[in-house]
Design a protein around this ligand. Structure first.
Ligand code: 6PG
Length: 252
């Protein structure tokens, strides 16, 4: 557990850099899935510095976004826009290394289809992301898999947001907010070699506890990969949280 968000961000950056370096050394490519929100921002800023210092070739990355809002990249709410400002533009990421949802307009299911097709074209049906960086909502959502959301798959099928969504991508409608989101789904996210949740804020305590317990109605609990890490600041960790869960689930 980390004293505060700053300490967590520094450790998250170190972890991300280690996993990226490992991928580059063994496969000469690092596939990284980035989340939006506020928690990962400082990690992204620090990571840009480390990647630049280490002269890691910007050509060697494939950057994927865990989710996106239906806005232009230039919009302040865009997850891609935030990642570009803090990380991708600062390392000079070439256009072909950035997989954009191009989410600003058009049919949400068609957008999810296009992103799925692009991921499959770049990674094949078995391709493994090297690192997935995730946040966690107070309601237990991760990416844009909101417990109350309604998922629309690329082929048009509709279903409640659930762990078994049979697609790498989906559009999610949130009735209360009258908002569409685009999101990756566990089918793809759970192929990752490493998934790292960055969790700060007392309001996340309950969601974190349900996630670690594996509560099936908590979307963040649906992520279990080869190495599932939870980087948690003290204010987000409940007093009774165990220090380690054994296996590949642990506080980093
Ligand atoms: C987004 C994120 C979302 C985020 C959580 C936590 O598009 O906002 O992908 O899933 O990770 O809402 O957000 P914070 O880090 O701001 O608490």
């Amino acid at each position: 557990m980390y004293a505060d968000a700053e300490a967590l961000s520094q450790e998250a950056c170190t972890l991300a850099f280690e996993r990226i370096s490992r991928a580059m050394q063994s496969r000469r490519r690092a596939v990284v899935v980035l989340s939006g929100g506020t928690t990962p921002r400082e990690c992204y800023r620090l990571l840009a510095e480390k990647i630049t210092e280490a002269r890691i070739p910007a050509n060697g990355f494939l950057w994927i976004f865990a989710d996106e809002r239906r806005v232009a990249v230039s919009h302040p709410d865009s997850n891609e826009g935030m990642a570009r400002r803090l990380l991708l533009d600062r390392i000079g990421a070439p256009k072909h290394t950035i997989l954009s949802w191009r989410a600003d307009g058009g049919d949400p299911a068609a957008c999810a289809q296009r992103y799925r097709d692009e991921i499959l074209a770049r990674m094949g049906t078995e391709g493994k992301p090297d690192l997935v960086i995730l946040g966690m909502g107070a309601d237990g959502h991760m990416a844009s898999l909101f417990p109350e959301g309604r998922a629309v798959l690329p082929d048009g099928r509709e279903m409640p947001v659930q762990t078994g969504i049979p697609s790498e991508t989906a559009a999610v409608y949130r009735a209360a907010e009258n908002e569409w989101r685009l999101t990756l789904c566990p089918v793809f996210l759970n192929r990752a070699r490493t998934a790292a949740f960055l969790v700060t804020g007392a309001e996340k305590q309950a969601a974190l506890r349900q996630t670690l317990k594996g509560n099936p109605s908590t979307p963040a609990a649906w992520i279990r990969v080869e190495e599932t890490l939870y980087l948690v600041s003290r204010d987000a960790a409940a007093e009774d949280a165990p220090a380690d869960f054994g296996g590949n689930i642990r506080f980093a």
